[in-house]
Structures are given as C-alpha cells and as structure tokens.
Design a protein around this ligand. Structure first.
Ligand code: ZN
Length: 270
C-alpha cells in the first residue's frame, strides 16, 4: 500500500479563518492589521491492493465563475493546470473511473469540489453532513461554505453514496484503512481517515477537524469557520489522544508549514 499527497493549489485568506483571534488587537496595537495567508489545498491517494482510495476531492475547476462571489473575495483559489486533481491522477496513470472509493472529510467547497466526477466509486461521507447539506440546499437555509454548484453537480451525477451513520464510530473500509466518524464540529459531520502503512507508520488524515498544528494549542484554539464549538473541542482532544495512543502522525487540513515538509509524487509513503 502506498499513500500519495497531492498539491492541488492554494487558497488565500485572513488567518482568523484558521485560528480565531490570531490577529486580535490589544492596547499596544489597537489597529492591528489582518494577516493574509496562503493555505494548501491537498488530497490523498491511497494505492491499495483492493482498489484506489481517494481522501477528499479539492476545489472545483470552475471556481472563478461558479462559486458564490463572497468566497472568491475572501478565499480566492489559485491552481495551475498540473495541480488539478485530474492532472495529479493522470500523472499516476489514473482517471476518476479508476478510483474505487472516495472518502470525503466533509462537503465544504475546498474538499468536495470534484466529487461528481467519481461516478464509479463508493462515496463515504458523514450521514449528517450529507443530509444537512442537501436539506439546506433544497429548503434555502444557510449553506455556510457548501456551494450550490457542487451540490447540484453531485446530485445530478447519481453517485454511489455510502453514508457513515452516527453509531459507526470506526469503520474499516480496507485492511489498514479506517474511517473515524468525528461527528459535528467544524462542519455538520466530519470524517477522518486512519492509514496504517508498513514502513512509514500510522497517519491520521484529519482535514478541517484540525486546520493547523496551532489549533491543538494548548489550549485548543478554534477556527473562525465553525459550526459547533463544543464538538470541535471534543474532536480536537479525541484526535490528540487517539494519535498518542496509536503512535500516529496527524496530517492537518491546511497547515502550509507541515504540507511543505510532506513527500510529493513521485515520492510516496508506504
Ligand atoms: Zn471545511
């Protein structure tokens, strides 16, 4: 089994989205400026003997025209042709139809953007995340950073969904690959993926359950984009303890410093 880390470009945004209060003014600096940072957009391909598994699907290639305007204003996405998810797969000799399984951490704009292309895959997603996204879309309720263009595309694609139910806390989907169902926190329902590799050890792909190392604190520092603060802190503590117990390395969702240090294709973890 091999694990590849894909660089799918970056978004630029105010750092307070990642760590709330990270540029808070004080008496010595009453007009402190916002910090504008670049955050990596990353996906993971697990080349497994039982079939390829993809964790997250990055941003839509139609971001500039199809995203709601406020997202292009506050979190513009920059990607080159070779950085797109499809180009990264092609580099390994793969097309979307070669992917047997997709695990979606949550359905936000920067994690589920190309999901509709994976028509032959079994799609694992939190049941709560899927039902709330579709419900809010059809009712016209708050979609946060779940975007209509992605929702419309994945409904129209008639995908092979496998919702992960609330009582399925740990779900092994292939030998050495296990979904952790984290529940609500950053979004309505979050999934992480544990990958046990023979040489490289155990990794926890946690996506936005922990954007950056800094979110772990101590004390735990919540992000600016959050649905359930209590659930977020519960999840952060759970992941920290779980990683310690299993000797796992946490791969944060958008930590540029960590991301730069990771191997990229043609290198891999095995
Ligand atoms: Zn998110």
């Amino acid at each position: 089994m091999k694990m590849y880390v894909f660089d799918n470009g970056y978004q630029s945004e105010d750092r307070t989205f990642m760590v709330a209060g990270s540029s808070t003014a004080d008496v010595n600096d009453k007009n402190r400026k916002a910090l504008w940072i670049d955050i990596p957009i990353q996906t993971f391909l697990i080349d497994h003997p039982e079939g390829c598994i993809l964790f997250d699907t990055a941003c839509s290639p139609h971001h500039a025209t199809a995203w709601p305007e406020f997202i292009n204003l506050v979190s513009p996405y920059t990607v080159t042709e070779e950085q797109t998810l499809f180009a990264r797969l092609k580099n390994l000799g793969l097309t979307p139809n070669d992917i047997a399984t997709v695990v979606i951490s949550h359905l936000h704009v920067d994690h589920a953007g190309n999901l509709s292309a994976f028509k032959k895959a079994k799609i694992y997603v939190s049941d709560v995340e899927l039902t709330t996204t579709v419900r809010n879309y059809v009712v016209g309720d708050d979609l946060d950073v779940h975007v209509p263009v992605d929702i419309e595309a994945f409904i129209a694609a008639r995908l092979n969904w496998r919702p992960v139910m609330e009582d399925e806390k740990e779900l092994e989907i292939a030998p050495g690959v296990t979904i952790l169902n984290l529940g609500s926190g950053h979004s309505w329902g979050m999934l992480a993926l544990r990958v046990d590799l023979g040489n490289s050890g155990t990794f926890l792909l946690v996506a936005d359950a922990l954007y950056m190392r800094e979110n772990l604190g101590p004390p735990i520092r919540v992000p600016g984009i959050i649905h359930d603060t209590v659930g977020y802190k519960r999840t952060a503590k759970f992941l920290e303890n779980y990683a310690r117990k299993h000797g796992a390395t946490i791969l944060f969702g958008h930590d540029m410093e960590q991301f730069k240090s990771l191997r990229k294709p043609p290198e891999y973890y095995d």
